[in-house]
Write a protein that binds this ligand. Structure first.
Ligand SMILES: Cc1cc2nc3c(=O)[nH]c(=O)nc-3n(C[C@H](O)[C@H](O)[C@H](O)COP(=O)(O)OP(=O)(O)OC[C@H]3O[C@@H](n4cnc5c(N)ncnc54)[C@H](O)[C@@H]3O)c2cc1C
Length: 446
C-alpha cells in the first residue's frame, strides 16, 4: 500500500489527506500546531465562507494569479463537490449574498470538525506538534516529464504541416524523487509521495510561516515574489483613524498609481480603519494591483449614482431647505455625519457655518469632495493582517493536471503555497479544496 505524507493540516492538507485515503493510500498528516485547521477558525469572521456557489465558469475571473493553472483542479473537484462533501459529512450549508457559502451553524469550527471526523473514519494518521524541517529526496535518472513529451509530440506533428516557430515552453526534467520527510527533531519518515500544503505567510500565528517555500526552493523550485494580498491600505490621511469602524456602502473608488495613471476601479463597501481604509473594494484592489497601489491615490466617489450636476442640484435643495441649520448637522442628511465632517473640512466649510451662509464656491467644493475625495496611499498592510499571500511556488514547475512537481517526482503541492490567489467570496478556500483533492488523489495513484 502506498504511503502518502501530507505536510500541513490546513484546508488544502486535510482535503489532500481525504483524497489520498479515499484512493486507498496509507496517509500520514503532519501538523506543527496542536490542532488542525487553525486558520479555518478565523475565516469569514469565524463563520467560514467555504466556497462560492456561482457558476464554475465564473471562477477564472475571480482568480487573480494563474487562473488557467487552477482550471484542472477546479473542474476535478468544484464548488458543488465541496458543498456536497460537507453536506455528506453532516455539515449543512447555506448560500448568502454574493453566492457566498457558509455552514448553516455559522461556525467555522464545524468545517474543521467535519473534515477531522472524515480523516479519522478513513484511518489517516494525524500527528500534531510534528513540524517538518525538510523533504528528503534521492536523485533519479533524467527523464522528460509527461507534459514535455506531449509537447514534443505535438511539435513533431506540426512540423509535417507548415514550418512552425520553435516552442518557447521551457522543458523541465525531474532529477530527484521525494522519499519522505525529516521532522524538526531529526526523525525521518519515509513515504512514496509527499504533499506540501503548508500555506502561505499570512497570519503567521496560525502556523503559516512560509516553511513550504523554503522546502520547495531547497529542492530547486522557483518561488515567485511574495506579497500580502487582500489587505487593508495605510493612508497619509490620519483622519481615517477618527472614523475607524465606519463603513460607507455604495462608494465608487478609482485607484491611481504613483504616476497618476488609473489602474483599477471598483464599487461597493469601504471601511475606515485606524491606519487607513479596508473593506471589499480595498481588499480586491490589493489582490489585483498589489504593490502598484503604494504611493498612489484612492479617489472616493460617495455619491456615484448622481452626476456632478445632479449632486449640485441636491445640495442646492438641501441647503435652501435648512438655511438656519449648521452645516455640521445638515451634512448628516447626505452622508454619515462623522464622514460629513471630513467632507466639510476638505471643502473648507466650517461645521458651525449655517447652510444659508454657504457660498456657491463652497458648495462646488463640497460637491467635488463628495465625488472625488483623494486618499494618498502610503503602503499596503503586512502579512500579519493579509488574508492571503500573492506569490508562491511557480506554477510553471507544477503539472496542473496532477499538482506534481516537474522537478521532483513524488512531490506534490496544494493550496496557498502555490502561486495562486483569488478575490474574497470563498474562492481562496475553493482553490485549497480543489488543489488539495487533486494532489491527494494523484499522489495516491501515480
Ligand atoms: C483572517 C482570514 C480570513 C479568511 N477568510 C476566508 C474566507 O472566508 N473564505 C476563503 O475562501 N478564504 C478565506 N481566507 C483564506 C484561506 O483561509 C486560505 O486561503 C486557506 O486557509 C489556505 O489553505 P492552506 O491549507 O493552503 O493553508 P493554511 O490554511 O495556512 O494551512 C497550512 C497548515 O500547514 C501547517 N504547517 C506549516 N508549516 C508546517 C510545517 N513545517 N510542518 C507541519 N505543518 C506545517 C500550518 O500550521 C497550517 O495548519 C481567510 C484568511 C484569513 C487569514
Amino acid at each position: 500500500m502506498k504511503h502518502v505524507i501530507v505536510i500541513g493540516g490546513g484546508a488544502a492538507g486535510m482535503m489532500a489527506a481525504i483524497g489520498a485515503a479515499r484512493e486507498g493510500a496509507r496517509v500520514t498528516l503532519l501538523e506543527k500546531n496542536e490542532k488542525l485547521g487553525k486558520k479555518i477558525y478565523i475565516t469569514g469572521k469565524g463563520r467560514c465562507n467555504l466556497t462560492n456557489a456561482c457558476d464554475i465558469a465564473e471562477f477564472p475571473e475571480k482568480i487573480v494569479s494563474n487562473a488557467s493553472f487552477a482550471l484542472s483542479a477546479l473542474h476535478g473537484f468544484d464548488n458543488t463537490d465541496t458543498i456536497e462533501l460537507f453536506e455528506s459529512l453532516g455539515m449543512p450549508t447555506k448560500t448568502e449574498r454574493g453566492k457566498r457559502v457558509f455552514p448553516v451553524s455559522d461556525k467555522a469550527s464545524d468545517v474543521t470538525k467535519a473534515l477531522e471526523k472524515e480523516l479519522r473514519r478513513l484511518g489517516v494518521g494525524i500527528r500534531f506538534h510534528a513540524e517538518v524541517a525538510q523533504i528528503v529526496s534521492e536523485p533519479v535518472g533524467t527523464e522528460p516529464d509527461e507534459a514535455d513529451l506531449a509537447a514534443s509530440a505535438a511539435e513533431e506533428s506540426a512540423k509535417t504541416a507548415k514550418a512552425k516557430k520553435p516552442s518557447k515552453k521551457k522543458k523541465y526534467t525531474a532529477t530527484a524523487r521525494a522519499t519522505g520527510v525529516q521532522l524538526r527533531d531529526g526523525t525521518v519518515i519515509p513515504a512514496d509521495a509527499v504533499i506540501v500544503a503548508t500555506g502561505g505567510l499570512s497570519y503567521p500565528t496560525t502556523g503559516s510561516t512560509g516553511d513550504g517555500y523554503r522546502m520547495a526552493s531547497r529542492l530547486g523550485h522557483s518561488v515567485t515574489r511574495l506579497q500580502p494580498s487582500l489587505v487593508s491600505l495605510t493612508t497619509e490621511e490620519t483622519w481615517c483613524a477618527d472614523l475607524a469602524g465606519l463603513t460607507l456602502r455604495n462608494a465608487a473608488v478609482t485607484y491611481k498609481d504613483r504616476d497618476g495613471r488609473k489602474i483599477y476601479e471598483d464599487f461597493g463597501e469601504i471601511l475606515f480603519t485606524h491606519k487607513g481604509i479596508s473593506g471589499p473594494v480595498v481588499l480586491t484592489a490589493t489582490a489585483v494591483c498589489g504593490d502598484n497601489l503604494a504611493g498612489g491615490t484612492a479617489v472616493l466617489d460617495v455619491k456615484p449614482a448622481l452626476t456632478a450636476e445632479q449632486l449640485d442640484a441636491r445640495l442646492v435643495r438641501d441647503l435652501s431647505g435648512g438655511k438656519a441649520k449648521q452645516m455640521g448637522n445638515l451634512i448628516g442628511a447626505l452622508v454619515p455625519t462623522a464622514f460629513g465632517e471630513v467632507l466639510l473640512r476638505a471643502s473648507g466649510i466650517p461645521a458651525d457655518k449655517t447652510a444659508g451662509e454657504v457660498t456657491k464656491e463652497e458648495r462646488r467644493r463640497l460637491g467635488l469632495a463628495c465625488k472625488a475625495l483623494e486618499l494618498h496611499i502610503k503602503c499596503l498592510g503586512g502579512f500579519n493582517e493579509a488574508v492571503v499571500t500573492k506569490g508562491g511556488v511557480s506554477t510553471d514547475e507544477i503539472v496542473p493536471q496532477t499538482m506534481e512537481s516537474r522537478l521532483v517526482k513524488g512531490l506534490f503541492f496544494a493550496g496557498e503555497v502555490i502561486h495562486i490567489d483569488a478575490v474574497t467570496g470563498g474562492f481562496n478556500l475553493q482553490l485549497a479544496w480543489s488543489t488539495g483533492m487533486l494532489a491527494g488523489r494523484k499522489a495516491a495513484r501515480e
